[in-house]
Design a protein around this ligand. Structure first.
Ligand SMILES: [Zn+2]
Length: 99
């Protein structure tokens, strides 16, 4: 039996920034160039050419939706977008404070 569970793992934040598609209620956004209105099933950003390896979500997720998208896009790593924002927020704050 298989189920989807969230795990905590260390990631290269810069790699995520360059290869992240953020799926919202109505459309998706390339995190790299902030182009909005991308098909959530694209593997490459039509504007900047970034290849998507990670997917984050701005919408409420149901398990059914996740399972469906997992089947259609098995190559993607799903990340918690709030975790990611928090992580880059901390990094950027550190940069500002120079520590
Ligand atoms: Zn882009």
């Amino acid at each position: 039996m298989k189920g989807l569970l969230r795990v905590w793992k260390e990631f290269d934040l810069q790699d995520i920034e360059k290869h992240l598609i953020v799926v919202g209620e109505l459309s998706s956004e390339c995190f790299s160039c902030h182009k909005i209105g991308i098909d959530s099933k694209s593997s490459v950003c039509p504007t900047c050419g970034a290849g998507f390896k990670y997917m984050g979500f701005r919408r409420k997720l149901s398990m059914n939706y996740l399972r469906q998208i997992r089947e259609e896009l098995p190559q993607l790593t799903f990340i918690d977008f709030d975790d990611f924002k928090r992580a880059i927020g901390k990094r950027d704050a550190r940069k500002l404070l120079d520590i």
